[in-house]
Design a protein around this ligand. Structure first.
Ligand code: FES
Length: 106
């Protein structure tokens, strides 16, 4: 069963903003896309680049190391040199708080 972790208040991350957070030791990238929150692993599947330092445009993030691009909504890799998708984590809003589940979406 998913355990939910309080991350921050909704108002702390505006539309288009992002934050690197830790959930049970894992580094995740939390983004607010048009008022909906999404969380993906913060580590590029190509060679471990930290995606939180990358360019976030529309619903994608580009790895700052070698330019792989991923969809922030689905984790799908959109551009090499990465070929593996990112893991996505469930996000919900509870009483004004953003919560992230402790296990990736399968
Ligand atoms: S580490 Fe991300 S593209 Fe190479």
């Amino acid at each position: 069963m998913t355990q939910w972790r309080d991350i921050c208040e909704v108002a702390e991350i505006g539309v288009g903003d992002h934050r690197v957070v830790r959930v049970d030791g894992d580094s995740l990238l939390l983004v607010n896309l048009g008022g909906c929150f999404y969380a993906v692993e913060n580590i590029c599947t190509h060679d471990g680049g930290e995606l939180g330092g990358g360019l976030i445009e529309n619903d994608t993030v580009t790895c700052p190391r070698h330019g792989a691009c991923f969809c922030l909504k689905t984790g799908k890799v959109l551009k090499p040199p990465a070929f593996e998708d990112l893991r996505c984590y469930p996000v919900r809003i509870e009483q004004g708080w953003v919560q992230i589940g402790d296990k990736p979406i399968e």
